[in-house]
Write a protein that binds this ligand. Sequence first.
Ligand code: GLU
Length: 232
Amino acid sequence: MCGIVAYLGNKQAYPILINGLRRLEYRGYDSAGVALLAGDGLTIHKCQGKVSDLEAHIGDRSTSATLGIGHTRWATHGPPNDVNAHPHQSTSGDLALIHNGIIENYAPIKEELVHRGHVFHSDTDTEVLVHLIDDIQRSEGVDLGEAVRLALASVVGAYAIVVLDRKAPDVMVAARKSSPLVIGIGEGEFFCASDATPIVEHTKNVVYLEDGEIAIIDRHKGLKIRNIKNQE
Ligand code: GLU
């Protein structure tokens, strides 16, 4: 069901994301989007429709970035439209997140987060994740990887996610439970995708993330995989 592609390396991320999303089109989807992180600038483009509609929507705006995430959505919560398309962004604008799957206990989490001042824009279950991670970063003073781990430990459901943080411009964090996610390791570059088809043209070196695992991918420190439950 639908797709995820992410890239961190020395090449331009945008063409890799678009080509990757095209390779995942066979899975079916109703909207598409990308987030690009360059320096401390985080840009999100998303719309209902096909990957070609997303490209037309972006037109000749600058897409320069060597870190980015791309998503095709198959709506489960909220109609297919531009606002509900992923990536979703935290109220601060620091975080961008893509998700395949369903967060079953999103309603009580959303209620609590709204109470704590987070501003929701979409009808999706997904949006609780980005605000929850942001909330944990602030209240616990932890880095992105640990905030994602703590957030996921408190949600019920199925997910493959990738998260970017404007405050950590050389890092992407990915995790999965009951939705597939593959990591590709190239020469000084990393890929994430829902299956290996967007990755194999770049590298044959792939890791299939296990259920309940989180991957912290750092441009300088490389790849670390941890267990969501116990940090091992
Ligand atoms: N449940 C999420 C939504 O409705 C993600 C759907 C998907 O897997 O693409 O936006």
